[in-house]
Design a protein around this ligand. Structure first.
Ligand SMILES: Nc1nc2c(ncn2[C@@H]2O[C@H](COP(=O)(O)OP(=O)(O)O)[C@@H](O)[C@H]2O)c(=O)[nH]1
Ligand SMILES: [Mg+2]
Length: 307
């Protein structure tokens, strides 16, 4: 196989968008998850592309472990990460840490527009919701209902597959969640159920001295993303292979020999060449797919899915 086909093959950069009110625990979650995924879980670890992001997150993580939560900030920031498997970068993704205050402050129509834009560009979505707010049934619960309604609306216009995780934060502050507590998500749950494009999960997490489930939401949305990409590549490979077979038949079929001479004579691309080209494309695609296969399977096992 020509070596140029092997060079510089990179999976597409995935975009993860987080949505949730200020104070719900997004920054705390990100630092906890980053810190937890440093040591590697089932072979998976995280690496921030920029060293200052890495240092900032690790510093926050160490404090959270001592029960010192980050001071509230409303900065917009985008992080660039690599998911690593067995110490190798396998999957680049961008994490958009924004729209914190936006959900509360802006006008309804403006919010709907911004949310729509965010979701249309997203490959994975994390929706944050405070467990305590759900249980206490105070004003924050209405805010959650409103956020869920906005998301439900925005998801109607999604035309490509995405993974979505509803992250229930601060699980350490509640004893349990009842079906009634989850009422604000009723409409969203129905919309997800009928959608062909959305694969979802809901998970309670705790950040702090004894973190719980912090690595799951990200691994889930990445799994869905990598799985979809692998599936897409497999389909493309199949198409290239079929083309190669088709051209191959043309070359050896009745009249193929004469046609080939004629093509060479005229300087046309011959069927033989086209077949070769299609095969090379298939091989190049396979090289893109190959590094994804093992991690996808490992993630699948870890998240114990049954496809
Ligand atoms: N008990 C508890 N409190 C948390 C947890 N996560 C966040 N908090 C609290 O929520 C506050 C806001 O968290 P922060 O991450 O800044 O929220 P953000 O505005 O969504 O980024 C923190 O200062 C903590 O007091 C958690 O897992 N357990
Ligand atoms: Mg924050």
């Amino acid at each position: 196989m020509p070596t140029y086909l092997k060079a510089n093959l990179q999976p597409k950069n995935m975009r993860i968008v987080e949505i949730g009110h200020e104070g719900v625990g997004k920054t705390t979650f990100m630092a906890s998850m980053y810190g937890t995924l440093q040591k590697g879980i089932e072979g998976f670890s995280l690496r921030a592309t920029h060293l200052n992001d890495h240092n900032r997150l690790i510093k926050l993580f160490k404090k959270i472990k001592q029960n010192k939560y980050p001071a509230p900030t409303d900065q917009r920031h985008e992080y660039q990460f690599y998911l690593q498997y067995q110490g190798k970068d396998i999957f680049p993704f961008t994490w958009a840490d924004y729209r914190g205050g936006a959900i509360r402050e802006t006008q309804d129509s403006e919010q709907a527009r911004l949310l729509q834009k965010d979701l249309q560009q997203a490959d994975g979505v994390l929706i944050f919701c405070d467990c305590q707010a759900l249980v206490q049934k105070d004003a924050r619960r209405n805010q959650i209902g409103r956020m869920a309604a906005l998301i439900t609306n925005a998801l109607r216009n999604i035309e490509r597959p995405i993974g979505l995780a509803i992250v229930l934060t601060k699980a350490d502050l509640v004893d349990e969640l009842s079906e009634d507590d989850l009422k604000p998500f009723e409409g969203l749950a129905k919309a997800i159920k009928v959608s062909e494009h959305i694969t979802s999960m809901m998970i309670p997490i705790t950040c702090g001295p004894e973190p719980m489930n912090v690595q799951i939401p990200l691994l889930f949305v990445l799994y869905i993303g990598v799985y979809l990409q692998a599936n897409y590549l497999a389909k493309e490979i199949n198409e290239h292979q079929q083309m190669a077979e088709y051209y191959e038949k043309q070359t050896y079929g009745f009249g193929g020999f004469v046609q080939e001479l004629w093509d060479i004579f005229q300087g046309n691309t011959t069927y033989r060449e086209m077949s070769q080209e299609s095969l090379e494309k298939a091989i190049a695609k396979y090289n893109e797919l190959e590094p994804l296969i093992e991690p996808v399977e490992a993630l699948q096992t870890y998240l114990s899915f049954n496809e």
